[in-house]
Design a protein around this ligand. Structure first.
Ligand SMILES: Nc1ncnc2c1ncn2[C@@H]1O[C@H](COP(=O)(O)OP(=O)(O)OP(=O)(O)O)[C@@H](O)[C@H]1O
Ligand SMILES: [Mg+2]
Length: 265
């Protein structure tokens, strides 16, 4: 009986995609992330929750070195993706960001056609051998972004001419076009209406088959709907991390409980 249970657990166990240890982030003298250790699973949606200013975006940006672009920001500690130290001097941040894609709060299509929004990354990373190849990548990415049917007849129209929800799905399609392994999403639905939000949530659930997805959200309903793992941040600390169902029903830390019951935030 015990053996059976062990076996069942092993079937559910996912590989660790990202391992972070003793991560500190400073903005000049502000200590924004304090000693964070976390293992993020492959093929899993992980939600980062917590009150405004607790460090969710800062920690998310550590995972693809987007903080490198902020002059006063300093990151310490160890972050490995598939065992590889992403802060090693050998790592090219541009290549890393193709592997660890990012979707932002506000849809930000390039001022280019729908086609070129998607083709841009594959072109600079040399992923297509021919025009036909590139056409295939564009179609496949737009399908994965759940927006192909809406745009297939106007691929050469500007991406900025789409609705907000369509633009966000275009940005997701753009992020998946470079065949990333991890997708980071910082409040990807906050500018969307409920219908577009549920389309993006369905899409996130599908993307989980192929990628590790990390999503920052202020909506606890959204975290509960889309994620399997949840991390609760408070004042730069990772207070609690575990199965989403457990975090929302039986949080272990009083700070988590206060937040999810609406007493802090
Ligand atoms: N570019 C920056 N320069 C200086 N300080 C920053 C910068 N970005 C964030 N901070 C500070 O770091 C801390 C964490 O901010 P962060 O944006 O990561 O929080 P957050 O949890 O994403 O908040 P929100 O839910 O409001 O988006 C805050 O004290 C913030 O003021
Ligand atoms: Mg944020």
């Amino acid at each position: 009986m015990n053996d059976m249970r062990l076996l069942e657990r092993d079937v559910d166990a996912k590989d660790i995609k990202i391992a972070a240890r003793k991560v500190q982030v400073y903005y000049a003298d502000t200590h924004a992330i304090k000693d964070v250790d976390v293992d993020i699973e492959d093929k899993t949606v992980t939600a980062f929750i917590g009150p405004s200013g607790c460090g969710k975006s800062t920690f998310l940006r550590c995972l693809n070195r987007m903080n490198d672009t902020i002059d006063i920001c300093r990151v310490e500690g160890d972050i490995r993706i598939d065992g590889e130290d992403i802060y090693d001097a050998k790592v090219d941040p541009v290549q890393l960001r193709a592997k660890v894609g990012m979707v932002f709060q506000k849809p930000n299509p390039f001022p280019k056609s729908i086609y070129d929004n998607i083709a841009y990354g594959p072109r600079i990373h040399g992923l297509a051998r021919s025009k036909a190849d590139l056409d295939d990548i564009v179609e496949k990415s737009l399908r994965r972004g759940a927006i192909w049917d809406e745009v297939k007849d106007r691929l050469h129209a500007p991406g900025t001419g789409l609705s907000g929800g369509q633009q966000q799905r275009l940005c997701i399609a753009r992020a998946v076009a470079t065949e990333p392994e991890v997708l980071l999403m910082d409040e990807p639905c906050s500018a969307l209406d409920p219908i577009a939000t549920s389309q993006v949530e369905e899409l996130i659930d599908e993307l989980r088959q192929e990628f590790s997805v990390v999503i920052v959200t202020h909506s606890m309903q959204q975290a509960a709907r889309v994620s399997q793992k949840t991390a609760f941040f408070h004042l730069g600390n990772l207070v609690e991390y575990g199965e989403t169902g457990q975090i929302f029903t039986t949080p272990q830390d009083p700070r988590t409980e206060s937040y999810i019951t609406g007493r802090i935030g």
